[in-house]
Design a protein around this ligand. Sequence first.
Ligand SMILES: NC(=O)c1ccc[n+]([C@@H]2O[C@H](COP(=O)([O-])OP(=O)(O)OC[C@H]3O[C@@H](n4cnc5c(N)ncnc54)[C@H](OP(=O)(O)O)[C@@H]3O)[C@@H](O)[C@H]2O)c1
Length: 255
Amino acid sequence: MENQLSAGDMTARVLLTGASQGIGRAILLALARSRHFVLGVSRTKPEELADPARSLESDHLAWRPLDLSNAADVAQCASSLEPLAIRALILCAADYGASERHPASATSTQEWQQVIATNCVGHCLLVSRLLPKLITNSPGIIINLSSDVALLPGPGRAAYAASKAGLHAMLRAIAAEHSVECLRVYQLIPTFQLITKGIRRRRPIGFDFSSYADPALIAQTVDQILSPSGSSMAPGTYLVRRDGTMDRYPEITHL
Ligand SMILES: NC(=O)c1ccc[n+]([C@@H]2O[C@H](COP(=O)([O-])OP(=O)(O)OC[C@H]3O[C@@H](n4cnc5c(N)ncnc54)[C@H](OP(=O)(O)O)[C@@H]3O)[C@@H](O)[C@H]2O)c1
């Protein structure tokens, strides 16, 4: 039954991937508290929705299962959203790949496929299928939780870096295809690390997380972009600082 649209789904104006945990879950809750109607997607259900009575925000939240690594599932999800007036798409899902860093030569076929299928292909399909709807409800807004590795790949995380760079480039391409009156694309690059389940899984037992930030910090930033005052913020790529400020990242626009 969770694949059917419910009354809660029907009011959704914001679609968010990666809803079950980490930064995505923090954004889901922050937006619902700000009275946005949000439909979250992920493979597992966010705890808050398992028992709606526990959550004050639950009347602004809905959730549906989606496996981004499965192209047929993404296409089916996108077409089932046809009746909804979605005006913002927030991309937060990520598969980080194997826990330990390892060279590209030691990356398994399965890891290349799963990481790129989830982070890049799944998001590209979802964005491209929902683009006409976002433009109908213009200005459509896309906010991508990008990463420093999309611009500055380091050693040991080649699959993750390739997947994030691919999505980052695709979103720059669709931003270039549309006027800012139709579509506003924001790509956020945190300049610090955030404590999330996905990151915890990649760190050794006993790791000191004291320098890591709470995902609520990014949630505030996203809430701000979607607020009426956020419409004055120019679309583009932004480095998000730990104090919540943002610096526009000057991407190359010509050679
Ligand atoms: N944490 C950081 O320090 C940091 C820094 C820079 C950028 N980022 C970016 O911020 C975003 C969120 O990161 P995070 O640390 O919050 O991640 P996380 O805790 O690992 O959560 C990842 C989310 O992605 C979903 N997901 C994974 N595989 C999926 C699939 N096949 N289909 C659908 N959903 C899937 C997970 O839900 P299910 O498992 O339930 O499907 C989960 O909700 C990512 O894009 C990441 O690149 C994070």
